[in-house]
Design a protein around this ligand. Structure first.
Ligand code: FUB
Ligand code: ZN
Length: 752
């Protein structure tokens, strides 16, 4: 192990930053009053605690739950609760956690092992044999994180002692000459570093280093996968691949190690991967991992909006990693990424009332995506809980002689520099306005640097010290430095102008070509149907449209909205376009009212606006997996496997005969039909059908159309069939699915 060469900067820990009235205090109070109780209740309902009793042998019955990492949910909920306790102790909450700790302790085996999936369900003889696919070290990692946080919040060792025993058990079983597999789901690495910091036990650091170094090494173990960042040794990795949460947790651990050891190779890896993620693979909301297929990364600039996966946990992981990179590099661009997630794609993961959650965070919706109280795989609810509850540690960083102001959050803290203790009292209405006032009390008075992050989105920031505006800001690496002798009652006033801005995507992102989004300060905006007479996907924001902002105390817990006038496309003919006033709300707050359409990337070019569906046609189907409306949304894909355009499909039905149907308000005469098939070979289970045909209703009787030309199943094109004209109110397409596959449709047209 290399000698310890900590880069010097460290965060002021959560426990030492008291959050004062403002945006984040409100959020933490919701977590404190609602989310924690909700998550514990769901853990209980789904048997998480009873599984510990079964492992302890005090309860019978089968293991309850769904996944092999279910034990991690109570641990993560406890971790979030611990951060809340750091703001204010709460005997009742502590009693609840102490009781859980007792049940976990009772379940723990003599050698420290505790994982109820193996103890109760799979068989303890199998433990540690399938680490690549099951998550014992992941579960252990979350236990350690919870235990460290609870110890730091309360001084209680109950969970910490359990965690230490489990860590020792892992240390005993993994390493040179023992089990060689690195974790299938990273997490233990960063957790062991936390345990090392709290115990000063170098074995934990060494084990974390070994786990990281083992990745990409093949000797003595099974194959390697991109999916869990095992394709290359970490020091040779240059691109982000695979499962997004796994990647982020791994790189958190790597950043922790790099800060301690100063290992240059890790710095090189981090730097290259950071650029790959942030420059090419990150949504404007700070979401990452566009694909549901691997819950992770695909290729550069593949950032579809409707189907964006952008798991809440992945956004959180990106935030946690960038928090560490901020400390490694003292560069504001990393704290910018933290901020992007904090106010957008992470915060969207939780409802305003704190009891419903998004697992995936798309950037547009037809109205069919909603938060849920819990999931079969409920990794996100306690993760967003712990992220919000620990927001305080993102505010300041410091070393011997400087303080970095990274986030703008009303709060009070004391930072101990080498020669003085500095009380900082920050007050702000951020993110709704850009005025930040920091009262500095240094005792004794001392010369040191205060560096204020100038967010990447901001132009024209200004700083005044004791009422005196600084002529020119001394900005480097994203921070404006104020170097002076600080004493009692000095006041730093910062202003970040927050005009409403048009934000554009990198032109390589196909999904956003011809589109624009709205930003104000750190907030990215979305248009929802509920504020805009239902339809927002057909709106075009003219290049010269003026936009204004207004704080609405009554709306969504108090938000600044953006208003303007757009052009609403009514049908193919631009002459029918109309003007429409719109209201945009912060993306994080969408889907807290009546369900409906939502869009972040508005059309700026009329060509990409969605032409509203023909209101006189009702669509139905024998079965719907993916969006029914896609059949008639007038969006033509680039190919039969274009994930940027919504499709309809019958998955997981296979081998059956299914149908889709158009019902017209008034009878229509039709003599042709076109269908564009969806086929996701290589990604999923939809193929072109074995056969298909058209039927129509003649009175109450179904009849096949006559003299039909070929019913085509060509890929990447419309397949047109013509037939003898019929006048009818109902047309049906009957589709015979392949024996082992399903089928899907991008677009179905019926006309003359
Ligand atoms: O596997 C544990 C967690 O469940 C992952 O981090 C999430 O992506 C979900 O798959
Ligand atoms: Zn998750």
């Amino acid at each position: 192990m290399a000698a310890e060469q900590n880069s010097g900067l460290q965060s002021v820990p959560v426990a030492e930053v008291k959050i004062a009235d403002g945006f984040w205090k409100d959020k933490i109070e919701v977590v404190r009053d609602k989310t924690i109780a909700h998550n514990f209740m769901e853990c209980d309902t789904h048997g998480r605690f009873r599984n510990f009793d079964r492992a302890a042998g005090v309860l019978g019955g089968a293991w309850e739950g769904k996944y092999f990492f279910d034990d991690s949910d109570p641990y993560k909920t406890i971790e979030g609760a611990a951060y809340v306790l750091m703001q204010k102790r709460d005997p009742e909450l502590e009693k609840q956690i102490d009781d859980i700790a007792k049940r976990v302790a009772a379940a723990q085996m003599k050698d420290g092992y505790v994982d109820t999936w193996y103890q109760v369900k799979i068989g303890i003889d199998k433990r540690f044999t399938q680490e690549k696919d099951f998550h014992e070290t992941y579960v252990a990692g979350h236990l350690i994180e919870a235990a460290v946080a609870y110890f730091e919040a309360t001084g209680k060792r109950n969970l910490l002692d359990i965690a230490i025993k489990f860590a020792d058990c892992i240390d005993h079983n993994f390493g040179p000459g023992k089990r060689l597999d690195p974790p299938g789901h990273e997490e233990i690495e960063l957790a062991l570093v936390k345990l090392y910091h709290v115990t000063n036990e170098p074995r934990y650091l060494k084990l974390a280093e070994w786990f990281v170094a083992q990745r990409g090494e093949t000797e003595g173990r099974a194959t390697n996968r991109d999916y869990d960042q095992d394709q290359l040794p970490v020091k040779e990795q240059r691109e982000i691949v695979g499962h997004a949460v796994r990647a982020m947790y791994l790189y958190c651990g790597v950043a922790d190690l790099a800060r301690i050891t100063g290992d240059k190779d890790y710095f090189t890896t981090m730097d290259s991967i950071w650029h790959d993620v942030v420059d090419r693979k990150m949504y404007v909301t700070g979401g990452i991992g566009p694909s549901g297929r691997n819950e992770g990364f695909t290729v550069a600039y593949d950032l579809p909006n409707d189907s964006a996966y952008a798991e809440t946990c992945a956004g959180i992981g990106l935030g946690l990693w960038n928090q560490r990179l901020t400390l490694m590099h003292a560069d504001g661009k990393y704290a910018d990424v933290v901020e992007r997630g904090m106010y957008n794609g992470i915060l969207s993961g939780i409802s305003l009332d704190g009891t419903k959650f998004f697992y995936v965070n798309p950037l547009s919706s037809r109205g069919d995506h909603h938060r849920e109280a819990w999931f079969d795989c409920p990794c996100c609810p306690p993760n967003v809980e712990r992220f919000i509850a620990s927001i305080g540690e993102r505010v300041y960083a410091f070393d011997a002689n400087q303080i970095l102001v990274n986030q703008f959050i009303s709060s009070d803290t004391t930072v101990k520099l080498a020669k003085t203790a500095v009380k900082l009292s920050q007050r702000t209405n951020y993110p709704w306005d850009g005025d930040v006032k920091i009262t500095v009390n240094a005792e004794p008075a001392e010369q040191f640097l205060i560096k204020v992050r100038i967010p990447g989105w901001c132009e024209g920031a200004s700083i005044a010290v004791n009422g005196q505006k600084m002529e020119k800001l001394d900005v480097s690496n994203g921070y404006a430095s104020v170097d002076r002798k600080w004493g009692a009652g000095d006041v730093v006033e910062v202003n970040f102008p927050m005009p409403v801005k048009r934000v554009y995507a990198d032109p390589h992102v196909d999904a956003d070509v011809g589109r624009v989004t709205i930003g104000r300060g750190p907030i990215i905006y979305a248009l929802e149907g509920v504020d805009n007479e239902r339809a927002v996907r057909n709106l075009v924001l003219p290049k010269d449209a003026e936009m204004t902002s207004e704080f609405r105390k009554d709306l969504l817990g108090g938000v600044t909205v953006v208003k303007g006038t757009a052009t609403a496309v009514m049908d193919e003919d631009p002459a029918h376009d109309v003007k429409k006033d719109f209201v945009a709300v912060p993306y994080y707050a969408w889907d807290n009212r009546s369900p409906g359409q939502m869009i972040v990337w508005l059309a700026e070019d009329r060509k990409v606006a969605e032409i509203p569906r023909d209101a006189n046609v009702k669509i139905s189907a024998s079965y719907v997996h993916a969006t029914l409306e896609a059949l008639d949304d007038r969006l033509v894909p680039k190919s039969s496997v274009d994930f940027n355009v919504a499709n309809f499909d019958f998955w997981p039905r296979k081998g059956t005969t299914e149908w889709v149907q158009y019902d017209f308000k008034e009878p229509r005469t039709v003599s042709s039909s076109e269908v564009y098939w969806f086929d996701d070979t290589g990604h999923g289970e939809c193929r072109v059908p074995v056969s298909w045909r058209l039927l129509y209703k003649d009175g109450e009787a179904w009849k096949p159309v006559e003299k039909a030309s070929e019913y085509g199943v060509g890929l990447n094109q419309f397949n047109k069939v013509t037939f003898e004209a019929v006048t009818t109110k109902t047309v049906r397409m009957e589709v015979k699915l392949p024996e082992k596959f399903s089928a899907g449709i991008f677009e179905w047209r019926v006309g003359k």
